[in-house]
Ligand binder design. Structure first.
Ligand SMILES: O=C1O[C@H](COP(=O)(O)O)[C@@H](O)[C@H](O)[C@H]1O
Length: 274
């Protein structure tokens, strides 16, 4: 029998197997907490390693990170020490509306003093397969120099923080339900040419890379994702063990879920009954 332990700390609770849950009244509160969380991890990582290697996703996450461009973070965060990567990217041009790079550049990176050479975007002029290989090669070079840390128990990169969103179908990064790429164990970055969500061609970190990170945060908002949140977090039995959101289980790192109330509305537990 699996015992669930819920310990309330204001808006935050700890789930024995699924990390910390931070449930927010509204998106403003969530954005404020998310910015503070990222700023704290950045500070700790720069203090410990001299750099902060952060992998971001696309989608609604970027808008929710907007507070980082405002006071005090635009001045207090040591932006020059940030090395930015993408946990997943659509294989389209960098100026294309579907590009996760463009989304982050327009919404965040152009508004803070990051070093352009520290922004590690994909090669958008090759096939999805080549782009994934290129990106993995590039990450391998930065692991050698320890710009990206290395996992203690595998040769995987250990990002200081991986930020993920989750779709209503439970996908994270570009890891979609029932796709063979969920079983990928040897590659760090893989590709997909038949994504169920457009655009079809994408590259993505594999689960071993995501789960080797020091910190993983999954940021999920809106009622349309409440069922996926329930299936990814609650004790729902063997049928949902392979839901991508559920497969996010850092080996040694810390997992935090940032949810708004609608996204958390189907979670088990008396505190969610209102
Ligand atoms: O296609 C993607 O979807 C997920 C979720 O996006 P959201 O808008 O529902 O938050 C995103 O995390 C991923 O990076 C993106 O490529």
């Amino acid at each position: 029998m699996v015992f669930l332990i819920w310990v309330w700390m204001a808006h935050s609770s700890v789930h024995k197997d699924r990390g910390e849950l931070r449930i927010h009244e509204n998106l403003v509160e969530l954005g404020t907490d998310l910015a503070e969380y990222i700023a704290e991890l950045s500070e700790a990582s720069v203090k410990e390693r001299g750099v902060f290697a952060i992998a971001i996703s696309g989608g609604s996450l970027i808008g929710l990170m907007g507070k980082l461009c405002e006071a005090p973070y635009h001045k207090t965060v040591d932006w020059a020490k940030w090395y930015i990567f993408w946990a997943d990217e659509r294989v389209v041009g960098k100026t294309h509306a579907d590009s996760n790079y463009k989304l982050a550049k327009d919404g965040l990176l152009s508004k803070v003093p990051v070093v352009p050479s520290h922004v590690n975007s994909i090669n958008d002029s090759v096939s999805a397969e080549e782009a994934a290989d290129d990106y993995e090669f590039h990450i391998r070079q930065l692991v050698k120099t320890r710009t990206i840390n290395v996992s203690d128990n595998s040769d995987c990169p250990k990002f200081d923080l991986v930020l993920l969103g989750m779709g209503p179908d439970g996908h994270v990064a570009s890891l979609f339900p029932n796709h063979p790429m969920l079983d990928e164990k040897s590659e760090w970055v893989t590709f997909i040419t038949d994504s169920p969500k457009p655009p079809p061609e994408r590259i993505t970190f594999t689960l071993p890379v995501i789960n080797s990170a020091s910190n993983v945060a999954v940021v999920v908002t809106g009622e349309s994702k409440a069922e996926a949140v329930h299936l990814a977090i609650d004790d729902v039995g063997p049928d949902y063990l392979s839901l991508p959101g559920r497969l996010v289980q850092p080996t040694k790192g810390k997992l935090v879920w940032f949810l708004d109330k609608p996204a958390a509305s189907k979670l088990d537990g008396p505190q969610f009954s209102e």
